[in-house]
Design a protein around this ligand. Sequence first.
Ligand code: NAP
Length: 259
Amino acid sequence: MDLGIAGRWAVVCGASKGLGHACALALAREGVHLVMAARTRADLDASAAHIRAQTGVQVIAVPADVTTESGRARALGAAPQIDILVTNAGGPPPGDFRGLARADWLAALEANMLTPIEMIRHAVGPMIERGFGRIVNITSSAAKAPVDILCLSNGARAGLSGFAGGAARQIARHNVTLNNLLPGKFDTGRLRSNNAARARRSGLPLQEEIALQTRAIPAGRYGDPDEFGAACAFLCSAHAGYITGQNILIDGGAYPGLF
Ligand code: NAP
């Protein structure tokens, strides 16, 4: 299927690795030019070079911490125009809520709720003027099914879903859509380092720890980041103009509810 977005420009955050990288690559495979943002220049340059070589699209790599105002401004300012915005940053650390201080909450809200809201606020005006825009927030299944030790993520992501649900309906008539993609467990660097930490805590061999987790997923495996990227690219496509304000889980069936 031709997604109908070749020649458009996307800003993809957290794009050097994992799910952000997969979204950037899937868009580039559709002929979308990219601004890729992440903090570590060497990883970002390598990832941008890989995507350029694979797809031939224009790629502007912007080393930036998108949780800062200046980082966001540099990422958003680098694209000739923004047709597509994929927001993403690292997830907050785990922890029992009794051990978390107000500063921990403020940092999580800043990274995983206020940062995407700020980026959307700046990008959306020109999208409305041009009559085309696609915004995807990479969030977490924790927004739908809270995880006990991820209270910072549960709270910040649910807040972002609430914001997005309201904002999406204010901009829908301009062919600007706003959706949240909620990953379950995907095989990325973040998941691998979380698993190593879990195995150290539980004392289980790493492979046993992984087997325990994948048994709880009806698909019987972790997600492949490319599967996530493909879903993101479809949501950004010309064909997806009637999908907005949604929280779309991609979790191999792990969430047990019907809706
Ligand atoms: P990852 O493999 O660690 O990749 C994170 C990417 O974001 C890297 O490119 C990283 O590069 C960049 N990044 C992190 N903080 C940033 C910041 N402040 N500014 C700009 N770039 C930043 O992580 P992932 O697994 O793809 O996870 C992506 C998001 O999905 C996270 O919010 C995570 O919590 C969420 N999630 C993931 C899973 C999963 O199974 N993988 C499940 C649920 C939710 P630098 O470090 O160089 O900046």
